[in-house]
Design a protein around this ligand. Sequence first.
Ligand SMILES: *Cc1c(COP(=O)(O)O)cnc(C)c1O
Length: 371
Amino acid sequence: MMSTTKTTNSGTTPPGTLGLPPHLSQLVADFELPTSLGFGQVMAPIMVVSDFSDGQWSAPTTVSYQPLVLDPACKSLHYGQLIFEGMKTFRLNDGRVALFRPELNARRFNTSARRMAMPELPEELFLQAVSSLSYHLRSIVPCGHGESLYLRPLMLATDVGLSLKPASTYKFLVIASPSGAYFASGKVTALIERLDARAAPGGTGAYKVAGNYGSSIRADIKATHLNCQQTLWLDAVNKTHIEEFSGMNFFAVIDGALWTPPLCDSILGGVTRDSVIHLAHGMGLRVNEAPIPIETLLAAIRNGTCTELFACGTAAVISPVHALAERDGTVYELPVLEFELSISLKLRKLLVDIQNGAHLTNYDWIRPVTP
Ligand SMILES: *Cc1c(COP(=O)(O)O)cnc(C)c1O
């Protein structure tokens, strides 16, 4: 069994050790944050790598950000054994940097790995990798409004061979991107997707598997052509019930209560979704995790009982959705609410305050990153 990807191994250091080798520290010191970050556009100059072979993960090492050398016959390229996570390192008001509920990402990564017949990664190894990378990059965690260091852990199969069999060698990486807000400010309209399906029962929709996103891009392009910023997916079988957005979970406010579809094997269980439900309960709101027929929701928007829609996820935090649209041009507009009247804006402020360390809660969600 041989690993078919290579990274430069000279001058590496195990994450968790205090110092970086001088050439890597120099890369971080020389890195200049551009004035306009965008989301996921700018890559940090170092990354963490670990390889799996003979049933074991190697000690993760920090290396310079660099291209992977992949054999063109490696299995991830052909059969899609490729999973990832999305999480953020935040700058706290006191200047330290911190992760938000990273244990949930470590656990979910392994849930994805099991679904794709890939090896699990010990949770401590995942947490050590994201913590040490965050620590080494602490000087470039941006601190502007809506900014953070977006972390992208990923795992891919590296075995060579075109037979359709699970691989026995894999690579785990964590790359990082200093990022601004996901949605540039402005109105968000979501296109109701009536034809394509994102995720089917028994499929991989509940996991962060690369293929899920490839198959949703066509619908997202259609949405963009119709001036929509998001795709709202319905259940694959009947196309009658709301599931979620392409990379965010769905919430509606109806008669002052929150509604979100219950988790199932075609909806990804977001860390943000879970956090929103906890925070909403703490604010005394009712939360209904119940199936939402699209026609019922559209009727509730028309008759004014549905007052807000929002998308939530690590990247988008909590983003109000101002309208739903159909391909024939029909638009269902939500009222524009001021902060005082808006449940989504209050939830967003509370979540952002927690992530910046400005708001202490009963929830033990913030993990300051220390050497
Ligand atoms: C990542 C993702 C979410 C949001 O999950 P978070 O853990 O809150 O970031 C929701 N839906 C899909 C399809 C996703 O890929």
